[in-house]
Design a binder for this molecule. Structure first.
Ligand SMILES: [Zn+2]
Length: 404
């Protein structure tokens, strides 16, 4: 087993070393051909081929298998692609949801090997989450036949901004009691693994960058419309965290300073009007029972004019918020994620119309190559958990450098 060699490559920063650069690239991108490695790394083709020969000899790199999971970027790759040896290691992604915890495990070739989740009571504590996560990881290892020792790290998607160095949760919205939690201190003793953490929208952006709608795009904005509004800013394939971890929190831009009180403590935040939460509240009042996002969309698709109107109104406001982001960044690509995207044109038509009306650079006035592309994300329900796997693969958000 080459896992010790690989671990050295994965844990050391060997950017100046051609072998280290190739391994880092494969860890992040899954499978690549030699030509793709040369292009992405800037190394000469001859250097890449001698590095690959050496890495093959030491079994760190193997041929990519044609068989693929639906979430892998390997689909459609030519047979010449290589990956890291899947036996060399695996990583886990953990999504901390308001009422559930989910764990996805993937090997270093990016193949998903386990997917487990468990329902949780409202307002569960970080300590409980760490214990449950440990059990889910043990079950995932047992089911997939992966040894616990093969795990190279755990990525944690947190529903709130996370300080990029200390791993402290700055503010939490969906799970309010997590504010101030030191993710490393809580999770590292339970999991005994290097811990990577970031807020869930940043994780979603990583999933879209590695396997979804932003593959091949180095700069983009992620904008999530769900029960809240989240977002992420990606520049040169790096997710911008900001000084305290609060970058990309588009849902908390103020639209109306005299508006309703937001869970964040400010008033009139974008997500109070542009997410689907107010739509669900109004729909519940109309139907006399609470309904889910999926049911709202289903009723709208079935022709319920009230439900259609609620989605359109949310999209109109979300588009106005997105237009501010568009004006600030003028990005080449905006990936819209979240469960609202299941509404399709019902969401996207008013969203795009509103974006164009309120942003400085109008898509309708631009030639094709200068037009911001706005597309639906590939993942909706499992984006942040997949992205938490991506935290480890990309080595993003490592909290506290010492291995506990
Ligand atoms: Zn707010």
């Amino acid at each position: 087993m080459p896992s010790d060699d690989l671990r050295t490559f994965l844990e050391e920063d060997r950017k100046g070393d051609p072998s280290g650069r190739v391994v880092r690239l494969l860890r992040e991108r899954g499978s690549l051909s030699a030509a793709e490695i040369a292009r992405a790394s800037g190394l000469a083709k001859s250097t890449v081929s001698s590095v690959l020969a050496e890495l093959r000899r030491s079994e760190i790199v193997v041929d990519a298998v044609a068989k693929t999971t639906s979430r892998s970027s390997r689909a459609g790759r030519p047979g010449t692609a290589v990956t890291l040896n899947p036996r060399a290691g695996a990583c886990v992604g953990v999504a901390i949801g308001p009422t559930d915890i989910r764990v996805i495990a993937a090997d270093v070739s990016h193949a998903i090997i386990a997917d487990q989740s468990v329902e949780m009571p409202l307002d569960y504590s970080p300590q409980t989450a760490a214990k449950v996560t440990r059990r889910l990881i043990e079950e995932a290892c047992a089911k997939s036949g992966v040894s616990r020792a093969a795990l190279i790290g755990a990525g944690i998607a947190v529903p709130g901004p996370v300080h990029p160095e200390t791993g402290r949760v700055q503010r939490a919205s969906m799970v309010p009691t997590w504010a101030g939690t030191d993710i490393r201190r809580v999770f590292a003793p339970e999991l005994d693994l290097p811990i990577f953490a970031d807020n869930e929208s940043n994780c979603s952006a990583i999933a879209e960058m590695l396997w979804g709608a932003a593959v091949g795009c180095d700069n983009f904005i992620f904008f999530k419309v769900d029960l809240g509004i989240g977002g992420a800013i990606v520049v040169d394939r790096r997710v911008i965290t900001g000084l305290a971890g609060g970058a990309g929190e588009f849902g908390h831009m103020t639209l109306d300073p005299a508006g309703e009180l937001c869970i964040c403590g400010n008033r009139g935040c974008l997500e109070l009007y542009g997410s689907l939460r107010p739509a669900l509240r109004l729909a519940a009042a109309r139907f006399g029972a609470s309904i889910t996002i999926e049911e709202l969309i289903e009723r709208a698709n079935a022709g319920d004019v009230g439900c259609r109107r609620l989605i359109e109104d949310a999209a109109d406001v979300a588009g106005r918020g997105l237009a501010m982001v568009g004006t600030a960044f003028n990005p080449p690509l905006i990936v819209v994620g979240g469960r609202a995207t299941a509404a399709g044109d019902l969401l996207f038509e008013p969203l795009l119309r509103s974006f164009d009306r309120h942003t400085l650079i109008k898509r309708s006035e631009m030639p094709e190559h200068l037009r911001t592309r706005i597309v639906a994300g590939t993942f909706t329900a499992d984006d942040s958990c997949l992205g938490a796997v991506g935290l480890v693969l990309k080595h993003h958000g490592r909290v506290g450098e010492a291995r506990v």
